[in-house]
Design a protein around this ligand. Structure first.
Ligand code: GRG
Length: 339
């Protein structure tokens, strides 16, 4: 469940949404998002700004603001100032979680650059994350109390997911169910928020706001599972990431959990090998080879297919049009990343 460095700053707005007019509207909205993001993150004294703007300047896909802008297309005021504010709030909260996550994971890199904790130490990285939460709160206060209340729930879920992962406990849940719950809380919830707030502030009907909230959550979960699959099954050249990073960190993601449940030689050898973080390169290579021979990939793809069906159940609640086509394509695009 690596939330580590993106290989390079890639802005997802370069993705073709399949409709020229929609592309233009989303690109223009993303330019507004970048402008507000910059003015938000450059508040305060230079010694603060340097740290707080560090990761935003390094890039990132800006997937969450794009989700908010797409969701706003269902309302009476797509891409309006309030939508842009909501989109920036979600990205700023995302940034705050990255700062804090990197401290907890002792990550060296993020978005292809040195992480804040590696560059300035843990205390500064935590404080930079806290300032980001202050900026997000200020923007929320400029919207309405419904948005503030929504974010209270979102923060609670994010931290619950992080805590669940950290303490490794979920009473009565299997290892697979625990993993699914953690990624729903850690990754799904903020993309759900992007769908919710984009639709809400774009002036969409309540049923549409609800559908986009749930759709965002499912897309987030699919995104995370696919990322985790890439860590195990892709060649370095394809993904730009080093396969097996999660195994080195002792993080067992869905394909690994399924493989560990497998009966027979492959499962036996994996169970003997995966008793904690792997430090030896040869052991990582062996574990990756066994995982590729296991049923882990097929079982995980089955879960992804189930989630795609769930996504479709929410998409079918949306009116037909270019934004709906784009959301459908986006859900399916996630699965093509694993090949
Ligand atoms: C500060 C509110 C607050 C919470 C602290 C640390 C924490 C609790 C939660 C961690 C949440 C987290 C980091 C989840 C992982 C999310 C994820 C998939 C990150 C990578 O997202 P991408 O691929 O990254 O969209 P870019 O860099 O492209 O934006």
């Amino acid at each position: 469940m690596t939330t580590g460095p993106s290989p390079s700053p890639r802005n997802i707005t370069s993705v073709d949404l399949g409709d020229a007019d929609l592309n233009a509207r989303i690109s223009s909205g993303m330019a507004d998002v970048e402008a507000l993001l910059e003015s938000t993150l450059t508040r305060g004294e230079p010694f603060i700004v340097e740290k707080v703007a560090h990761l935003a300047k390094a890039g990132g896909k800006r997937f969450r603001p794009m989700m908010a802008l797409l969701a706003s297309q269902y309302g009476t005021a797509p891409g309006c100032e309030r939508v842009v504010k909501a989109a920036v709030i979600v990205e700023v909260v995302h940034l705050a979680t990255l700062y804090h996550d990197d401290v907890m994971d002792e990550a060296d890199k993020r978005r292809g650059v040195e992480s804040a904790n590696s560059r300035w130490g843990n205390s500064v990285a935590i404080l930079a994350g806290d300032i980001l939460l202050a900026h997000a709160s200020r923007l929320m206060s400029q919207l309405d109390t419904r948005t503030v209340g929504h974010f209270a729930d979102t923060f609670e879920e994010l931290v619950t997911g992080q805590m669940r992962e950290t303490v490794g406990e979920s009473a009565g849940l299997s290892a697979v169910e625990h993993y699914m719950q953690v990624i729903r809380e850690k990754t799904g919830v903020l993309i759900a928020s992007a769908g919710y707030l984009g639709a809400l502030h774009g002036g969409a009907d309540e049923e549409i706001v609800d559908a986009l909230y749930h759709l965002g959550g499912v897309i987030g979960v699919i995104f995370q599972i696919v990322d985790d699959m890439i860590d195990i099954f892709s060649a370095t050249d394809d993904s730009g990431k080093t396969p097996g990073t999660d195994l080195r960190e002792g993080v067992f993601t869905l394909p690994v959990l399924y493989a560990l449940e497998e009966e027979g030689e492959v499962g036996d050898e994996l169970r003997a090998l995966l008793t904690g973080p792997l430090t030896d390169d040869a052991e990582v290579d062996r574990a990756l080879e066994l995982l590729r021979r296991s049923t882990g990939r097929a079982c995980t793809m089955q879960v992804v297919q189930g989630l795609l069906d769930e996504a479709e159940s929410y998409i079918s609640r949306l009116p037909a049009g270019p934004a709906t086509d784009a959301l459908r394509a986006l859900s399916k695009y996630t699965i093509h990343r694993v090949g």
